[in-house]
Design a protein around this ligand. Structure first.
Ligand code: DI6
Ligand code: FE
Length: 391
């Protein structure tokens, strides 16, 4: 699909009233009622919905450069995770140690600099996960920091509680779920810190049965769910996500056509994360043709995290989704706008239409395909967040 799939309007006008889009269409059709609005000409620049990064772990301590070196020396991501070798040895648990030790202030400072990098590329909504605490205090700390990003920057932040991210070293997985993960979820929800509940369903993390217990709690609390599923193997996470009517199933490299049918039936978005696929040298690409055939909406995110996806560019994620997974630039843009909004359960962003929140990105580009085509090129001209010009 090319060109027309974008719904592009040439020589368009957008009327913004307060925080919302009031009207959009060809400039020559602009209704008279908007004639006395103050005007801002954009010299024919491309305007898209503000971009949405629907999957990030930008609140975390430390980095995993040593693990990168270990992978280059031949160790796989999974082997390193299984070795669980503490700080120097890498794996999710090494980031857990660094995140537990980091002060809230330090975590916020580093998270803000990552948010700034995304914002600089036209991002207006960011999803942020917990999951590097695996204890009550650190999980709550991460979620508070995520909320603080939106207080300090013109960006919307949605939080996902990812208590079931990795097995902590201190106890077995079932004890962890029952005594730490579920009570912490309840407490975080009571403090208004949780917009959705996520998990990592994988051989190196939690089984479908264990994730189901977390999802049951989410249902009890009235929270939507999403899942890291079928990233390294197929153990039934995607089917589980569909069964719970999840907002999204993320990674999904090892999902099957049957999984795709289940996602389509449930209306669950497949979130593609090419940064992780690239960084850990994965060779199995997600079943994009099956998603298309079944009508599964596809989103694209950075998965920005210190281990499997140290990727701080949503535009590069779009480019990679095209070159590595075969998405069209039309699909890549839908993946960071309309379908990314859906993956977060948001209906007021991701498109430009009357009544929608006026979150927009203005580009030094004429053709929307340019956003996916460039590699390390940032054509952003300006952002508008909730109707206001935002730095
Ligand atoms: N899958 C991922 O890609 C991240 N979490 C997950 O469940 C990676 C987390 C990490 O390696 O630190
Ligand atoms: Fe992730």
């Amino acid at each position: 699909m090319t060109g027309s799939g974008y719904g592009l309007i040439s020589d368009a006008a957008i009327a913004i009233q307060d925080a919302s889009v009031a009207w959009v269409g060809p400039r020559s059709n602009l209704p008279a009622e908007y004639a006395d609005f103050s005007r801002r000409g954009l010299d024919g620049r491309l305007v898209t919905p503000g971009l949405i990064d629907c999957h990030t772990h930008i609140v975390h301590g430390g980095n995993r450069a040593r693990e990168f070196e270990m992978r280059l020396e031949g160790a796989s991501y999974e082997e390193i995770a299984r070795a669980g070798g503490g700080r120097a040895g890498g794996g999710i648990v090494s980031t857990v140690s660094a995140t537990r030790e980091a002060s809230e202030e330090t975590l916020l400072k580093t998270a803000l600099s990552r948010a700034d990098a995304l914002i600089a590329e036209g991002v207006t909504t960011i999803e942020v996960k917990s999951g590097y605490g695996l204890d009550r205090d650190t999980e709550l700390k991460m979620l508070r920091v995520a909320r603080a990003i939106a207080a300090q920057r013109p960006v919307r932040v949605l939080t996902s509680f990812l208590g079931a991210h990795a097995k902590p070293k201190e106890m077995d997985a079932d004890t962890y779920i029952d005594t730490i993960c579920l009570p912490t979820l309840q407490e975080a929800h009571a403090e208004g810190l949780v917009d959705a509940v996520d998990g990592f369903c994988e051989g190196i993390a939690f089984s479908p049965d264990q994730i189901a217990r977390v999802f049951d709690k989410a249902v009890e609390l009235g929270l939507p769910v999403k899942l890291h599923a079928e990233q390294l193997s197929n153990i039934g996470g995607t089917a589980l996500a569909a069964r719970y009517g999840a907002l999204s199933a993320d990674h999904v490299e090892y999902a099957t056509e049957t999984d795709a049918e289940a996602l389509a039936q449930a209306g669950t978005v497949a979130v593609l994360l090419p940064g992780a696929y690239y960084a850990i040298n994965e060779t199995q690409a997600p079943p994009v043709d099956a998603f298309r055939k079944c009508g599964v909406p596809m989103a694209v995110g950075t998965d920005w995290n210190p281990g499997s996806s140290p990727l701080g560019s949503l535009l590069l994620a779009m480019n990679m989704s095209c070159t590595l997974f075969g998405l069209t630039p039309v699909e890549a843009l839908a993946g960071t706008t309309r379908n990314a909004a859906r993956a977060l359960g948001l209906s007021d962003v991701g498109t430009i239409a009357p009544g929608q929140r006026a979150d927009l990105a203005v580009w030094n580009a004429a053709d929307p395909a340019e956003l996916s085509y460039g590699i390390g090129i940032n054509p952003l001209y300006s952002r508008i967040v909730a109707g206001r010009e935002a730095p």
